[in-house]
Design a protein around this ligand. Structure first.
Ligand SMILES: [Zn+2]
Ligand SMILES: [Zn+2]
Length: 293
């Protein structure tokens, strides 16, 4: 059967943004670098924005708000609400609602990014095409009571635009006038959105495809060091699906999970507390039961 695009179900606004930012990143960004070169300020700005936005998604949107794996003090909470918006992955309320449904119905129809519908669907297809009605937000009553989460939900597009595009353009302008502003917009702005988004999308696609299943074979989620490198430590996704309230995704001390290290470090300076950990014996017995299969 020939591949057919369901045009009647295309989410035009989201698709235009997702495709437009990729198009700019592969055309305007190289052109800018060709004409003006890359100075250290633009490179540093890009790394800083990718890091701050990426951690706001993994530490904030995912482990703090979706899984309540620890508690955070207000300054940290506000920071991840602001910089998480900059990834253009919608509000915490929407993200957490969809993510909790993903965990509850993983690999089944009600999973928004169900890998059984294919790699492309789990990666980005579920956003390009409206295959499901918007979530009723019936699984986030705790977040609905949080006035800061609701404030972010109300103004998420304005916050996203300001932090993600206006701020790096302004910083670029201070550094080097209009050239700096253009570079800031294209590199720390647009290219950063593309990098952070696709790293997040890999968790839903590649982390349900590549790697081992040491803790459970009940679902498609997999553990992969390679994916952890690209996802701030979220690549240990088999562990995460089995023990979703643990603040760690790579539970072993040597596993590459910078988000876990950051949460732990913040706990030492009082910015986070109540870090939830699954008992070692429980983890060990999960591993043993898989090994016996
Ligand atoms: Zn998953
Ligand atoms: Zn999760």
């Amino acid at each position: 059967m020939a591949f057919r695009i369901p045009f009647d179900r295309v989410n035009w606004q989201t698709s235009a943004f997702l495709i437009g930012t990729v198009a700019l990143t592969v055309t305007a960004v190289p052109l800018y670098l060709w004409y003006f070169g890359l100075d250290w300020f633009q490179a540093a700005l890009f790394v800083a924005f990718v890091t701050l936005t990426g951690f706001s998604i993994t530490l904030g949107y995912h482990r703090l708000f979706s899984h309540l794996a620890f508690k955070a003090k207000l300054p940290l909470k506000l920071f991840v609400l602001l910089f998480g918006s900059a990834a253009f992955e919608n509000s915490v309320l929407m993200w957490a609602s969809e993510h909790r449904r993903h965990h509850k119905h993983v690999d089944h129809d009600d999973d928004p990014y169900d890998i059984s519908k294919g790699f492309f669907h789990a990666h980005i297809g579920w956003l390009l095409f409206k295959l499901q009605p918007p979530p009723p937000f019936d699984n986030v009553p705790d977040l609905k009571k949080d006035r800061f989460v609701m404030w972010q939900h109300r103004y998420v597009h304005l916050i996203a635009f300001s932090i993600s595009f206006v701020l790096p353009s302004l910083l670029g302008a201070i550094w080097n006038g209009w050239r700096g502003a253009l570079g800031g917009f294209l590199i720390a702005g647009v290219a950063k959105v593309v990098v952070v988004q696709h790293c997040t999308f890999f968790i839903n696609s590649a982390c349900h495809t590549i790697g081992k299943r040491p803790y459970s074979t009940k679902c498609s989620a997999r553990d992969s060091f390679l994916m952890a490198l690209f996802t701030f430590g979220e690549g240990y996704h088999n562990f995460h699906h089995e023990f979703q309230h643990d603040y760690r995704n790579g539970a072993k001390p040597w596993q590459w999970d910078p988000t876990k290290w950051l949460i732990w470090t913040f706990s030492k300076v009082g910015l986070t507390n109540g870090l939830r950990r699954v008992a070692c014996e429980t983890i060990r017995s999960a591993e043993l039961s898989v090994a016996r299969q």
